[in-house]
Design a protein around this ligand. Sequence first.
Ligand SMILES: NC(=O)c1ccc[n+]([C@@H]2O[C@H](COP(=O)([O-])OP(=O)(O)OC[C@H]3O[C@@H](n4cnc5c(N)ncnc54)[C@H](OP(=O)(O)O)[C@@H]3O)[C@@H](O)[C@H]2O)c1
Length: 263
Amino acid sequence: MQRLEGKSIVITGGTKGVGRRVALAAVSAGACVTFAGRDEQAAAEIIKECGPEKRTRIQFAAGDLRKPADCEKLMQTAAQAYGGIDGLFNYAGILPAATLMETTAELFDDVFAIDVKGPFFCCKYVLPYLLDRQGGSIVNTGSVHAYAGEIDRAAYACAKGALLTLTKHLSMNYARDKIRCNWLTMGWVPTPGELALRQAEGREAGWLDKIGREVMPMGRLQTVEDHVEAILYLLSDASSQVTGSELQMTGGFWPAAPTYQHR
Ligand SMILES: NC(=O)c1ccc[n+]([C@@H]2O[C@H](COP(=O)([O-])OP(=O)(O)OC[C@H]3O[C@@H](n4cnc5c(N)ncnc54)[C@H](OP(=O)(O)O)[C@@H]3O)[C@@H](O)[C@H]2O)c1
């Protein structure tokens, strides 16, 4: 179970949802974890949740991913504390609902700043550390909307499409350096971000579960546990021959055509 023993792993969006869950699981799997976000209170709770032994192997690095300087500082913080970096899980992101016609320039810029520019510069700044280690693993968080572009996720879908291209770029160009980059498509998870979005849309409590039962091929929304094993695998040496892959962990969810009335 110590499959990440001796590895230093950086997780963006480690304060919430799947990122939070992966941070805790990676520490349990033996890694030293640096997790990022802006929510200091959530970060303190995560560190508290680790027992006294594990607490020495986890640290929070506060920062705003929209700022490349914060992405650089995140990698410096991880490397300084744990002697280098072996893996990066790019989880942080926002997924606001807006059709193409509803998308303002400000919304577009915010989505691209967090969902593309942040991971792009995290990759740029982690690369020197992975090269120093003569290898490493990057996992990017994908969405079905990168492929199918749902009507009310115009900017988000385009941002995830760019992130998929970044995944291919890294996997193609750094395989010789034994730096791998993979993409994991999540389906539909009631994370804090997703719950806040539905609340902002005025959906009644229980709407998500109900629509999940109707729309998800396996009859339920996913949970924050569903992707953890796969992400640990992609970060570990067990996946040393896996790069450029698109792992579709969506529970069969694939909205190629409108799945529900968005208005
Ligand atoms: N939920 C789904 O159904 C679903 C489906 C497919 C893909 N995804 C992907 O999953 C990821 C998380 O999305 P979610 O809404 O579900 O998230 P979530 O679990 O609520 O977490 C979002 C994370 O992003 C961080 N974050 C947001 N803006 C940031 C910024 N400017 N600087 C630094 N950190 C920032 C947040 O940190 P702080 O709060 O600490 O700032 C938080 O840890 C995204 O990449 C999204 O595309 C989600």
